[in-house]
Design a protein around this ligand. Sequence first.
Ligand SMILES: O=C(O)C(=O)C[C@]1(C(=O)O)C=C[C@@H](O)C=C1
Length: 360
Amino acid sequence: MENTIALRKWLDDLKLAHPLVIAGPCSAETEEQVMGIAHALKDTDVNYYRAGIWKPRTRPGNFEGVGAIGLKWLQRVKAETGLKTATEVANRNHVDLALEHDIDLLWIGARSTVSPFIVQEIADALKGTDKVVLVKNPVNPDLSLWLGAIERLRSANIKKLGVIHRGFSTYEKTKYRNIPEWQIAIELQSRFPDLPLINDPSHITGQRDLIFDVSQTALDLNFDGLMIETHTNPDKAWSDAAQQITPERLVQIMRDLRIRKETDQEAEYRQNLSNLRAQIDVIDNQLIDTLGKRMKVADAIGSLKKQRNVAVLQTNRWNTILGKMILEGQEHGLSEEFVLKMFKAIHQESINHQETIINS
Ligand SMILES: O=C(O)C(=O)C[C@]1(C(=O)O)C=C[C@@H](O)C=C1
C-alpha cells in the first residue's frame, strides 16, 4: 500500500477546527442510557457517537452487549441529535446489520484485527462501502498485521479508512491497561502520514484519571483524533466502568487539551530549531562512532573467547554493566526503562558480533 493524500480526504472534508472526536458509552445498555448520553454530547466537539452493541469479552459470563436492538437506538440518536453514529463489527452478520441501520462509522476491534480470516470476512461484507471504517491495532504489537488489515479493506475498494491506536496487551503489570508502545504508532505515521490516526486513551489507560495525559501525548504526536468512552453514570456502567468519563469531563478535557500545529514558519523559531538540529546531528554521529568502537572491542573479546573456547554470554559481567549504567543514566536524566532498552539492544548486537567470530 502506498501513502496518498486521498487517504485523509474523508477527514479533511469534515473541516474540523479540532481533532476528530468519537465519544459515547463503552456499551449500549438501555435506550434511556443511550439517548441520555447522546443528548449530553449533542452540542460538544463530538463528531461521532459510539456505542458497543456486541461486546467481545475476555472471559465468559460478563455483559456481552444488547445486540441488534441497540442499532435502532443509534438510529434514534442520529435522528434526534444529528450526531453521526459508530459501532464495532466483528463478523459479516454485524456488518450487514450495521449497514442496514445506516451506521456511519464501523470499527474493527483489536481482537478481530489479529485474525486475517475475520478481517477478510468483514472486508468482503463491506465491499465498496462509503462508510468510514477504522481498524484498531491488534492486541499484540505487530505493525504488519495492523497494516495488513488496512490493505484488505483497501482491496475491497473501501475509501474512507483510518486506524485507532488502543495500546497493546502485556503480561507485565504497568500503570496502563494496554501499553501504548508509542513508537509503533510513530512508525505507522512515518510510513502512512496521511492515514487518519485516532487515539483511544480509554483502552490504553483503563482508568479515567490518566485519560487527559494520554490524549495530550497523542496530540503532541500529531494524532488526528480521539475516541473516548463517555457515560452519564460511569461507575454504574455495565462494562469498563473504571475508564469511562462523564460528558462534562469530556468537555473539560477538550477545552484543556493543547492542539499542536505540525510546524511553524516563523523565522526565529526556524533558526533556533535548525541550530539545535545541527547539534543533534553531530551527537548522533558521535553515538554511531562510539557504538562502532564498542563493537570492535566486543569483536576482540570474541576472538579471545574463541581461542579459549569460552561461552559468549557472561551473565555476571552483563548484570554488573546494567546496574552501573542504570545509576549512570539516572545522573544524566535518563529513565531506567530507556537505559535498559538501549543496553539490551547493545548487548544483543555485541553477542551477534561475537557469534559470527566464534563460529567462523
Ligand atoms: O564481557 C564480555 O565477556 C563480553 O563479551 C562483552 C559483553 C558486552 O557487550 O558488554 C557481551 C557479552 C557478555 O554477555 C557480556 C558482556
